[in-house]
Design a protein around this ligand. Sequence first.
Ligand code: DP6
Length: 343
Amino acid sequence: MSVVVRVQAPSNIALVKYMGKQDASLNIPANPSISMTLDALCTFTELKWIPASVFRLDWSGLESFEGKTLRPMPLREKDRAKMERHFRRVIEHFGHPVCGHWTVSTGNAFPAGAGIASSASGFAALTLAIAAALGHADASIEELSSLSRQGSGSSCRSFAGPWVRWQGEVATPLESHFEPLSDLVLLVEEGEKTVGSTEAHQRVRTSPRWDGRTERVTDRLGRLEAVLKGGDWQGLTCLAWEEAMDMHDLFHTAEPAFSYWKPQTREILDWLARCGARTGISDHGAVRAAVTLDAGPNVHLLIPQTDELFWVSRLSRTFPNLPVLVDRQGVGARVLSLNREVP
Ligand code: DP6
């Protein structure tokens, strides 16, 4: 019997960040984090399994899926080794012998060179695809997130949505009554990062600002949970900005210091601050927008879905050459199809 499974897994954007590890071999984070799950910014993975007594794994890029043009995932040698270790880990976790001929085809629905981290969606998709192929499509969010975390930490927050909290080994859905949000991604640069996030997790510990990080995060986690229950925009705006700047301050003051920012990152942040997206208030009244950045130069602007047109046209008037991706909150990874064929 052979198996073919297709899955889709989204990326996610953290408002309280995973930065620094307590246990690097297992990707146990130094602090809990909270993220919003995305939707269209996702990875599609197709996995085929044919019985065989030996283990063989082939990778290929997926160029399109159900009419959508994808960006085949570029796998460098070290990424491939990491993915293969993860493959064996998931198979062994479900108690199966590591054998059979596996073919993985994978591609991202991010525009070419978008500079968006694909490891969260990539590892979540791979974890779910292997689980489903082995008959565990109904594994719990806790089990899948715990497994996926060991491949790449932030991927554990891509199995539920729209809001997820990750603490220790597992990520779980978080109660929220906040209105439906969009994420506008302002694409400053498309190149590869000079310092990968795994390296960043280590280097931040050398910053003098690492002292007190746990206390600052604990305070923001409490505020964010309250904000999500109560729908307080100003609270969301203030803590998102503080936390993003806190993480980038750690980068800027590490030993040796590094920065993901480009001149345009700063220009956009200054403009957004003048618009009130730092404090939640402008000269014209309340501003419903929250700013954050991942470990990269691109700026994320979380806004009510109903304000998408307003913000996109405002941004394109102010920064005419800046590409803006529009995505919305999502519900997490899912199996699209699963076929077992008896020869
Ligand atoms: C900056 O999950 O990429 O996006 O566990 O080493 O694979 P590894 O790191 P990764 O870390 C990214 C962290 C971040 C912030 C966040 O998403 O919380």
